[in-house]
Design a protein around this ligand. Structure first.
Ligand code: NAD
Length: 500
């Protein structure tokens, strides 16, 4: 059985910790690898290497940094099949889904290839006599990334291509549940020509995360994961003086207006609620049909489609959704479904008793569909992160929008309608970070930025796109005078020489 370690100075590294975690194949429940859980001393050693590599990398011309990204992009493309296989074996998602996440990650690398253009500063000539002003963006320093299990390739790729292109060095702490794919990607980045120490990976759990949050050499932290952990990381990181962005949990609503195309809506909900077994922060977990007629029609259209979902391990090419990640997730989803029933929701499709021959110990849950869910139920309030869709019937459009705005999460939402007025009103008033109109998962492309509102994001910056460039750089503004012989005398009136 393989031991998954760390990646330091462009080589694998085991560190000194003796703590080890288990990595499972979620389709069988079998342990397939052991992951080394870094100690504080290990993390500090990795941060030291990243800090040492920083001055040289920060001084490397942006075009040269971009040239590494161009090579990296090509290597990711040519290794996609291999990476998808590594990813699916530990995560359980289907191969097309794994390839999809790698492709979305590659788009961020492509964005980072444009870093010389993105870092161009501002210049103002003659802001006063003989005085010019210019502003540049400089790297923040050593950046840490802490990432979740559900997109083990893509979410880290949201971070480090932009961060290192901006001239920072990076320490990534991936999820200990599926740690392998990122190590292979780190090798590709080294092969692309990245100097030693610029990108490092440290595997671990809370001890490693706390060590990153407390290390004074770490200047900024990007986190993606659940809300309670994100809030903790935000408060501990910022109280240690770091810049922190923490992208967190979600409960995404899809509003179905009476005029919507029901075939389009059903397709959209099946893909977005059940794809990747619902383990996406942009999964739609709540459908909000407006009006009883719309609701009846929707549930009738969804029921057979949910029943027909093909649940199977990723090794079966016909699989539409695989297992959930762990026994803990499996138990949590079962507990919440039980609570939904106790609290009075109607379980139209019950996927709990699925059993796949040869995979009896796997964490499979079939598609579940709840109707008559109300906003006080735990299946509505909590993030389930499994293949469970709740239908909450809204009496009218205003009720739908109020419901979304009152929810504690604010990651994504969408509306399906043919009415331009309704669509415009919706995106203007809804208190959510990413909004779709007739698009079920409104994930922004790499050159826009990804992020939620409310308790789906702690911090000021969204991730990748220009927000990513801003997060990973600090603004510096210079004012300079090259005297041409005119003396200004001492100035006491704060006019910046304008009176001269
Ligand atoms: P998680 O919060 O359990 O773990 C995320 C990271 O935090 C992991 O690296 C983990 O090792 C670390 N961690 C876990 N417990 C910790 C602790 N007590 N102290 C310090 N660090 C700790 O999240 P997960 O289960 O891996 O991922 C699923 C969650 O991520 C969902 O809530 C999902 O909505 C969210 N997510 C959000 C986005 C987004 O962009 N908003 C994207 C993907 C996933």
């Amino acid at each position: 059985m393989s031991n998954v370690g760390h990646f330091l100075s462009n080589k694998s590294w085991s560190g000194g910790s003796e703590r080890i975690g288990d990595v499972y194949n979620p389709a069988t429940g079998a342990i397939i690898a052991k992951v080394i859980l870094a100690s504080k001393a290990d993390v500090d050693a990795v941060v030291d290497v990243a800090a040492e590599a920083l001055p040289r990398w920060a001084a490397t011309p942006a075009a040269k940094r971009a040239s590494v990204m161009f090579e990296f992009r090509d290597l990711l493309k040519s290794h996609t099949d291999e990476l998808a296989e590594l990813l699916s074996a530990e995560h359980g998602k289907t191969i097309p889904d794994a390839k999809g996440e790698i492709a979305r990650g590659i788009e961020v690398v492509e964005f980072a290839c444009g870093i010389p253009q993105l870092l161009k500063g501002e210049y103002s000539e003659s802001v006063a006599a003989d005085v010019d002003s210019h502003a540049v963006r400089q790297p923040v320093g050593v950046v840490a990334g802490i990432t979740p299990f559900n997109f083990p390739a893509m979410v880290p790729l949201w971070m480090y291509p932009v961060a290192i292109s901006c001239g920072n060095t990076f320490v990534l702490k991936p999820s200990e549940k599926d740690p392998t794919v990122v190590l292979r990607i780190a090798e590709l980045l080294a092969e692309a020509g990245l100097p030693e120490g610029v990108f490092n990976v440290v595997n671990g759990d809370k001890e490693a995360v706390d060590a990153l949050l407390d290390n004074p050499k770490v200047e900024a932290v990007s986190f993606v994961g659940s809300t309670p952990i994100g809030q903790y990381i935000y408060s501990r990181g910022t109280s240690n003086g770091k810049r922190v962005q923490a992208l967190c949990g979600a409960k995404n609503h899809l509003v179905v207006m009476p005029d919507a195309d029901m075939d389009q809506v059903t397709d959209a909900l099946i893909g977005s609620a059940y794809g990747s077994a619902g383990e996406r922060c942009m999964a739609v977990s709540v459908a909000v049909p407006v009006g009883e007629g719309t609701a009846d029609h929707l549930v009738e259209a969804l029921e057979p489609r949910v029943r027909a979902l093909k649940v199977a391990p990723y090794t079966d090419p016909a699989s539409e959704l695989g297992p959930v990640i762990s026994k803990q997730s499996f138990d949590k989803i079962h507990r919440l479904i039980g609570q939904g029933l106790e609290q009075g929701a109607k379980l139209v499709v019950d996927g709990r008793d699925i059993s796949l021959q040869g995979y009896e110990e796997g964490y499979f849950i079939g598609g579940c569909l709840f109707d008559n869910v109300s906003t006080d139920m735990s299946i509505y309030k909590e993030e389930i992160f499994g293949p469970v869709l709740s239908v909450v019937r809204a009496g009218g459009y205003e009720e739908a929008i109020r419901m979304i705005n009152d929810h504690e999460y604010g990651n994504g939402t969408s509306i399906f309608t043919r009415d331009g007025d309704a669509a415009r009103d919706f995106w203007a008033r809804v208190r959510i970070g990413m909004v779709g109109v007739n698009v079920p998962i409104p994930v922004p492309v790499a050159y826009h930025s990804f992020g939620g509102w409310k308790r789906s994001l702690f911090g000021d910056h969204h991730i990748h796109g220009m927000e990513g460039v801003r997060f990973y750089t600090r603004l510096k503004t210079m004012t300079s005078r090259w005297p041409s012989g005119i003396r200004t005398g001492a100035e006491f009136n704060f006019t910046g020489g304008k009176d001269v």
